[in-house]
Design a protein around this ligand. Sequence first.
Ligand code: ZN
Ligand code: ZN
Length: 363
Amino acid sequence: MKATVLALEQYNQPLVRREVEIPALAKGQVLVKLTAAGVCGSDVHMWKGEDSRLRLPMVLGHEGVGIVAALGGPKLTIDGKELHEGDPVIWNRGVSCGECYYCKVLKETSFCPRRKVVGINLSLNDPPYLNGCFADHIILAEGTDFYLIPPGIDPAVLVTASCSGATAAHAFDLVRPEPGETVVIIGPGPLGLFAVALAKAYGAGQVVLTGGSQSRLGLGKVFGADLVLDRNKLSAAERRELIFEITGGRGADMIVETSGTAAGLEEAIGLTRMGGSVLSVGASQPGGTFLFDGFEDLTRRNLRLQGVWVSDARHFDRAVRLVLNNPDLFAKMVTHRFRLSQANEALAAVDRREAVKAILLPD
Ligand code: ZN
Ligand code: ZN
């Protein structure tokens, strides 16, 4: 039996449709027939050759939902249920070794030097070859964390949890608002929208979302933002003035920067109260540098500057639960649906920032 993949063979060139023989499964591997694959902003960066983790040819797509087609032996889900053929599943995209210093001692599995991530650092030449979600089938390694999906859930909606949802959940695992605090979120993409929903879920009083797209800011309101600030209409000074006005002149308690730009981070530092926190979340490639005053901006203000790199099973779990608790809300994030054979168009729509979340469905 053969699987169809859309292979990235040359950067900046259209993905190419290829047929790949499905190999016999090794112990612990799971063959999944994909029912939805998310197109991430980082897929566009990878397609352009801006991510050094890639080895070509490869199959993009680290966000997937599907149906178990075959199992290489017994396999349990993350909450101890046995997987069977025909089960609808979502999975955590990265598998860490479980044995290194980061895995065992620090319990920071996303720093594992042997971490394998489907659709990112596995090539089409690495067995079992079906290593990405821009395909009709994928083979997931032994050690993958699986979730059974309850009936009636749209795979295209749940797939949003697997990357941006889990990474946003990681941010709030590191720093959380106290009830009633003010959280400012910079960037109204999928990460920012998840951050709005999480800030509300953790009891933030006021959630402010800033960005440059009217439609995305409108979506932010639906996700729970109390105030949205359009950076095309308000200058940085005006935005700062407004945020200080609504926080008793102190500044925001917590800022979640999701734009991945130096300008966003610089603005975030200026919007924070004394003793507040700035989180830099989910940037997938360098966004430039800026200067800050170590004494005035950091030391004297007890400022907490926190980076947030990808996510682990714990964060994935939170994101999945969040979406399952409110699928109708997260459905609004899915603005574009394409067939697998239209993957090149889907990448272009994400690159042009037309799509908040674009999803590939089977042909
Ligand atoms: Zn992603
Ligand atoms: Zn490890």
